[in-house]
Design a protein around this ligand. Structure first.
Ligand SMILES: C[S@@+](CC[C@H](N)C(=O)[O-])C[C@H]1O[C@@H](n2cnc3c(N)ncnc32)[C@H](O)[C@@H]1O
Length: 220
């Protein structure tokens, strides 16, 4: 991979040296399992389905997907080889056999069109510029089969002033350019613009660093 491409993403906690703290932070500070299980349960996964965890990070969601429905094939994609190494180690320790991890960028997926039954993405879209958010949604639409589903969980419009205030540390860490659209609410707008249908907000979580919302939508 070229040096230029290596620069073109924000790591999980902005700096590579912080990546080792990502899992403990998520587990103890963010009610991670509860949020991710809610995202998974909205999908009704069926054996034989092909599922992507886009920007899979340390692989927690990919693992939960496989454990929830052992008959699915899960592919985790992430731009950061260091975090993928953590994900691969984690999977080695667990009795699951159908997860593949691949290094790649969300706006240029290496998969053919109409391949996936479900694309999941969690706590990722706020890492992208507006242009990259759009390109990523277009890629998700391309790789999904017609009639199949996009499941998304991320920081989004705060419910109140307190939730707005506690989101500021995330903005300082991940950058204002990528995170500010989420304060106004950008996900539903972009899903609609990209042509997803039956867009539904299926859940909201109050966390120590802001409001998280969950969405489900379909490729027509
Ligand atoms: C906050 S972490 C979320 C990880 C995981 N999805 C979760 O819910 O815990 C964001 C992830 O996005 C990845 N990432 C950032 N930009 C990316 C891009 N353009 N394409 C693919 N992955 C990217 C980072 O490497 C990081 O692992």
């Amino acid at each position: 991979m070229s040096k230029e491409k290596k620069k073109a993403y924000i790591p999980a906690l902005k700096y590579h040296w912080l990546t080792r703290f990502y899992d403990p932070l998520m587990e103890w500070g963010m009610r991670e399992k509860k949020m991710k299980m809610k995202l998974i349960h909205q999908a009704s996964l069926q054996p034989g389905e092909r599922v992507m965890d886009l920007a899979c990070g340390t692989g927690t969601l990919a693992l939960l997907l496989q454990q929830s429905q052992p008959g699915v094939q899960v592919i985790g994609v992430d731009a950061d080889p260091e975090i993928l190494a953590i994900a691969k180690e984690k999977v080695k320790e667990r009795p699951v056999d159908s997860i593949l991890f691949e290094e790649g960028f969300s706006d240029q997926l290496s998969f053919s069109s109409n391949l996936f039954h479900h694309v999941f993405t969690s706590l990722f879209i706020h890492h992208l510029t507006l242009e990259k958010k759009k390109e990523t949604f277009e890629e998700v639409r391309r790789v999904l089969k017609s009639g199949d589903q996009f499941h998304l969980l991320d920081f989004e419009k705060p419910q109140n002033g307190w939730m707005r205030a506690v989101f500021l540390p995330v903005q300082f860490l991940d950058g204002f350019e990528t995170t500010s659209p989420h304060v106004k609410g950008i996900i539903r707008v972009l899903l609609k613009e990209t042509g997803f249908s039956a867009i539904e907000e299926t859940g909201q979580f109050v966390t120590i660093v802001g409001t998280i919302r969950i969405y489900k939508s379909f490729k027509p």
